[in-house]
Design a protein around this ligand. Structure first.
Ligand code: IMP
Length: 427
C-alpha cells in the first residue's frame, strides 16, 4: 500500500501543522504543499531556534527530504526568494526545493487588489474578510479566469512577456475601473524576469514524478495550509481563503488521483483560534481567560502579527473536518497552554431555532447566531511541558483528550506539550 499521508488543519488554521509536519518529515522522502501560498505561516522550533515558513514545505529542515511546491499553490517569487534567504541566514542552506511548472505566480497587482477590495468592503459595508493581504484571492481569481501565469510560462521569458501582455490588457481595464494604478508590461517584466531566472532551476513537472515515487513505495507527506473551516467549499464562506485545504484537494493540487490519498491526519489545537472575520461559535467572552490563552499560546498571526480570536474546542467543527477530509487520526497540539485553567470547556452541539444540531449551517449568518452547548471539564493546574509520555500526563489532561476522542470518534495518536520538536509525543 502507498506510504502517503495528508496533514491538515482541522479548525481555522494555526493548529501547529508546521510542527507536526516537521516531526513527521523526519521520516519522509518528500513533503508537498498543494494549496495556498504565503498566506500560510508555519512555525517550527528546535535546538532553541524558531523558523517561520510561508511557502516552503516543512520538510526543509531534513536534508534528505525533497520539498515540492505543487501545482495547486500560488507563489510570490519575490517573497519566496526572501524566504529562502532568511533560511540561509539561519544556516538552512540545503533547501531541496522544487516548484511545479503548473503553480501560479502572484504579481504586485494581486496584492494591491486584495488590499483595495478589503478597504472598499470595510468602508462601504463594514464587512471585510480580514485577509492576509498577500494577493491570494486575486491570484486564484486569475487562475480560474484563465488570465493567470504558470511557473512553466514564467521561466520562459519570451512566453512570460507575451502572457503578461495579454493578462495586463484585461487587468488594466479592471484596475482603471477601480481607480487604481495601471501597469505597463516592462515595469513588471524587468523586475520579475530576474526572479524567473533565479527560480528557473527549481521549476519542473511534478505530477508524474510524484506518482512514480509513490508507486515505488516512497514516503510522501502532503502538507495542508490554513484549516478546513477556511476552505472555499467547506468553510465558513465568505470568510474563507480562496483554496481548499482539505484532503480532497490533494489530487487536484498535485496532479495525482484520489487513489494515492488514503491517510489523512487532522491537526487540532486544544482550543480554537481564528484570525479575520466570520463566525466563531465557541469564542470565549471572558476577557481574562481569552487573553491568558492568547499570551501563553503566543496567539498572534505568524504572517500578519494580528491577535487571534480565542474560543473553546468545538467538536462539531472537528466532526465536520473529519467528514469532509476523511481524517483517520488526530494530533492534538498546545495542550500545555491550558495548564493554568481551573476549568476547560468543550463545545459539542449548537441550538438552532430551539433544536439541538451538530452540523455547520452553510450560511455564516445563521452559524453566527447559534448558541453552543458545552461540557465543562476540570483543569489539571500543573506544568506539563516536561512530560515525555502519555502516562506522565495528569489524569485530568488524559480525561480531556479522551473526552474529545469519545466525542469525535477518531483516535488521537499524537499530542504535543510545547513548541519544541522534542515536545511532540506519540501516544
Ligand atoms: P487570505 O487567505 O489571505 O485570502 O485570507 C482569507 C482568510 O483566511 C482570512 O480570515 C485570513 O485570516 C485566513 N487565513 C489565511 N491564511 C491563514 C493561515 O495560515 N492561518 C490562519 N488563517 C489564515
Amino acid at each position: 500500500m502507498y506510504k502517503t499521508k495528508v496533514v491538515i488543519g482541522a479548525q481555522w488554521g494555526d493548529e501547529g501543522k508546521g510542527k507536526i509536519s516537521d516531526f513527521l518529515a523526519q521520516n519522509a522522502d518528500v513533503v508537498v504543499r498543494y494549496q495556498g501560498g504565503n498566506n500560510a505561516g508555519h512555525s517550527i522550533e528546535f535546538d532553541g531556534k524558531r523558523y517561520a515558513l510561508k511557502h516552503i514545505p516543512s520538510g526543509v529542515f531534513n536534508p534528505k527530504t525533497l520539498n515540492i511546491m505543487a501545482q495547486g499553490m500560488v507563489i510570490n517569487p519575490k517573497m519566496l526568494l526572501d524566504e529562502m534567504k532568511e533560511l540561509e541566514n539561519k544556516g538552512i542552506v540545503n533547501h531541496n526545493l522544487v516548484i511545479s511548472d503548473r503553480a501560479h505566480v502572484i504579481f504586485p497587482y494581486h496584492l494591491e487588489i486584495d488590499s483595495k477590495l478589503e478597504e472598499l468592503k470595510e468602508k462601504k459595508y463594514g464587512t471585510k474578510i480580514g485577509t492576509t493581504k498577500k494577493g491570494i484571492g486575486p491570484a486564484y481569481e486569475d487562475k480560474y479566469a484563465r488570465v493567470g501565469i504558470r511557473f512553466g510560462d514564467f521561466i520562459n521569458l519570451k512566453t512570460f512577456k507575451s502572457r503578461l501582455k495579454e493578462t495586463l490588457f484585461i487587468k488594466n481595464m479592471f484596475l482603471k475601473s477601480m481607480g487604481m494604478k495601471q501597469y505597463n508590461v516592462d515595469e513588471i517584466f524587468n523586475e520579475y524576469k530576474e526572479y524567473a531566472k533565479k527560480l528557473s532551476p527549481l521549476v519542473r513537472e511534478t505530477g508524474l514524478y510524484l506518482s512514480k515515487i509513490i508507486e515505488e513505495g516512497k514516503v510522501v507527506l502532503f502538507e495542508g495550509a490554513q484549516g478546513v473551516l477556511l476552505c472555499i467549499e467547506n468553510g465558513t464562506y465568505p470568510y474563507v481563503t480562496s483554496s481548499s485545504p482539505t484532503a480532497s484537494s490533494v489530487p487536484l493540487g498535485t496532479g495525482l488521483s484520489p487513489k494515492h490519498v488514503l491517510n489523512a491526519m487532522g491537526i487540532v489545537k486544544s482550543y480554537t483560534t481564528r484570525v479575520g472575520a466570520g463566525a466563531l461559535p465557541t469564542e470565549i467572552e471572558d476577557e481574562k481567560i481569552s487573553s491568558h490563552i492568547r499570551e501563553v499560546g503566543r496567539e498572534y498571526g505568524t504572517v500578519t502579527g494580528r491577535p487571534r480570536r480565542i474560543g473553546w474546542l468545538d467538536t462539531v467543527v472537528l466532526k465536520h473536518s473529519i467528514r469532509v477530509s476523511g481524517l483517520n487520526e488526530i494530533a492534538i497540539t498546545l495542550i500545555d497552554v491550558l495548564d493554568d485553567l481551573e476549568e476547560i470547556k468543550i463545545g459539542y452541539s449548537y441550538n438552532l431555532d430551539g433544536k439541538e444540531i451538530d452540523f455547520i449551517p452553510g450560511s455564516n449568518e445563521v452559524y453566527d447566531s447559534l448558541k453552543t452547548n458545552y461540557i465543562t471539564m476540570p483543569g489539571w493546574k500543573k506544568d506539563i511541558t516536561k512530560v515525555t509520555s502519555w502516562n506522565e500526563l495528569p489524569i485530568e489532561a488524559q480525561n480531556y483528550i479522551l473526552k474529545i476522542e469519545e466525542l469525535i470518534g477518531v483516535k488521537i495518536t499524537i499530542f504535543s506539550v510545547g513548541p519544541d520538536r522534542k515536545q511532540t509525543i506519540y501516544r
